[in-house]
Design a protein around this ligand. Structure first.
Ligand code: TEU
Ligand code: CA
Length: 549
């Protein structure tokens, strides 16, 4: 019996602004995606996660929605959207929309009304509070600004924004607000979309009374108080209501971006299918930083595989990903880019290691090409509000140098440089001036070149996805770890019935020993380099998948 479709398909995440420009304005758009539908099909993926395409002033690149039911002008029209949806469905590719309902844009009509007067019918769609002794209502810091509060002169109160000032938090305690969100979601479902990726869904409920955080004060003395706004009790009530009102009775799916999820609370939102179907956890994204994301620490294979194993054991069905639009490029942070050979081999090794586990793979655009971090040097090249706000806080050369080290290693713009289609002008992304710098290495890292190379990362991703799609054991089999203590090799077995696969990945840059010859694990079915089955070692970044039945 096939499982739910979202368990049987590989997802591909599209950041539309940087995927393909069709009209030469330097900004990716829906018609650009339409022109690449056959490329998407050629990957073997079965679903697309489309980052926000709704009308937005782009304070946070579309994660600040001004109208939930209008397409962002620079991305195209609703007719373009309908054509894209048809084009995907004709190719048996599902479409999952990114939806941001923890906050809206401050230019949304709800907030324009809400801030106009304390008696406005939309006042209570947002979180307004009186200040305390002339200061913010509490000491909360935001993800993007020192304080999570901004004062509004017109009505003399503060409003909450866990992200940028232009992203006021919606008040989910208000049933009218919730009703409006559900109605909007159902209208998108009625148009034929197949599901939603729910942005920072774990933050919808805030602690009653909005108490001060007790943690370490950060910039400006404010305290990042996620213990008061993540996984709060009423979250489950909202998610269950949303499931009943929007998802029940439809062949659809809901994947939540569950910031601050842990292996302890994960099953409270995905355990019984009454809330989310899938969740994104970020423990793997945090293995190369300590405390703040900006404090990069060396990548350690053992830590990486321990996090993967912890999550394979913690919940029955994981999402499997190496990056997204908020993360630096995987091969630059977890692989090796010092030589073309190691760049190619390590990118393939990471993919085999992560995507053959038990769960649903989510590939981020350009990852299948081995796209790398970009050589940002100046503030003028940056576009991300998170990076720009970080620089704005720096008060000394030393702080600036530290911030730049963080931005170069972990900045979100690294994942947002244009898709590298060819070695031509602007990497074939646009005939106009792109909205953000094109990575100069598009001269050799590009789809056109990799299409022609059977040994390319692109070719490997196609083989990997085809192998997964063809194998019940890889699609829905069990998972058992091998060599748990090994500091270099990630190894696990996937089995179902009499079909068994062993995945062996040397995540390190050194030779690694095995307890037995490779051939003992079966017949090789996927490899990122020639393998000597009599050997009991793996070369640096060597990956090998063997099948026994
Ligand atoms: O991300 C939320 C989130 O947790 C990330 O912003 C992450 O904390 C940060 O980038 C790491 O430093 C979602 C969206 O994916 C992101 O693009 C938005 O900026 C954010 O929510 C606000 O909507
Ligand atoms: Ca365009």
């Amino acid at each position: 019996m096939p499982e739910a479709w979202w368990k049987e398909r590989v997802f591909y995440q599209i950041y539309p602004r940087s995927f393909q420009d069709s009209n030469g304005d330097g900004i990716g758009d829906l018609r650009g995606i339409i022109s690449r539908l056959d490329y998407l099909k050629s990957l073997g993926i079965g679903a697309v996660w489309l980052c926000p395409v709704y009308d937005s002033p782009n304070a946070d690149m579309g994660y600040d929605i001004r109208d939930y039911e209008k397409i962002m002008t620079e991305f195209g029209t609703m007719e373009d959207f309908d054509e894209l949806l048809r084009g995907l469905h004709e190719r048996d590719i599902k479409l999952v929309m990114d939806l941001v309902v923890n906050h809206s844009s401050d230019e949304h009509r709800w907030f324009v009304g809400s801030r106009s007067s304390r008696d406005d019918p939309y006042r209570d769609y947002y979180i307004w509070r009186d200040g305390k002794d002339g200061r913010e209502p509490n000491n909360w810091a935001s993800f993007f600004t020192p304080s999570a509060w901004s004062f509004d002169e017109t009505t003399g109160q503060w409003y909450l924004h866990l992200f940028a000032e232009k992203q006021p938090d919606l008040n989910w305690e208000n049933p009218s607000l919730r009703e409006e969100v559900y109605a909007m979601m159902n209208r998108w479902f009625d148009k034929g979309v197949d599901g939603f990726r729910m942005d920072v869904i774990s933050l919808l409920a805030k602690a009653p009374g909005l108490p001060d955080g007790e943690g370490e004060p950060g910039a400006g003395g404010y305290v990042f108080s996620s213990e008061h706004f993540a996984f709060q009790p009423r979250l489950h009530e909202y998610l269950r209501e949303m499931r009943r009102r929007c998802f029940d009775g439809r062949d659809c799916m809901c994947v939540g971006e569950t910031a601050f999820v842990t292996t302890e609370n994960a099953n409270s939102v995905v355990g019984d299918g009454r809330e989310l179907d899938l969740l994104f956890q970020f423990d793997l994204m945090d293995v190369d930083s300590e405390g703040s994301k900006w404090n990069a620490v060396p990548f350690e294979p053992l830590k990486f595989k321990q996090v993967m194993a912890k999550w394979q054991r913690a919940i029955d069905w994981n999402t499997l990903f190496l990056g997204n639009h908020d993360q630096p490029r995987a091969v630059s942070r977890f692989g090796e880019v010092s030589t073309p050979e190691l760049w190619k081999r390590s990118a393939k090794c990471l993919a085999a290691c992560v995507y053959l586990q038990r769960g649903t793979p989510f590939i981020y655009q350009g990852e299948e090409l081995g796209m790398t971090n970009a050589p940002f040097e100046t503030r003028g090249q940056l576009r991300d509000v998170e990076e720009l706000n970080l620089l704005a806080l720096c008060k000394s050369e030393a702080e600036l140098a530290r911030a730049w080290r963080g931005i170069k290693a972990k900045g979100r713009d690294n994942a947002r440089t244009p898709m590298q289609w060819s070695a031509g002008k602007n990497a074939g992304f646009s005939t106009g001036e792109p909205w953000i710098m094109v990575n100069p290495n598009c001269s050799w890292i590009n789809a056109e070149a990799e299409e022609r190379d059977p040994d390319s990362i692109l070719s490997f991703y196609r083989e990997l996805i085809a192998l997964r799609n063809s194998s019940p054991a890889l699609l829905r089999g069990g998972w058992q770890e091998l060599l748990p203590e090994d500091r270099q090799i990630a190894a696990y077995v996937r089995n179902l019935g009499d079909e068994e696969y062993t995945v062996l990945c040397n995540l390190s840059g050194e030779q690694a020993g095995l307890p037995c010859a490779l051939g003992k694990f079966g017949e090789p079915v996927l490899a990122n380099m020639p393998a000597d089955l009599a050997a009991n070692t793996l070369c640096p970044y060597q990956a090998l998948v063997l099948r026994r039945s």
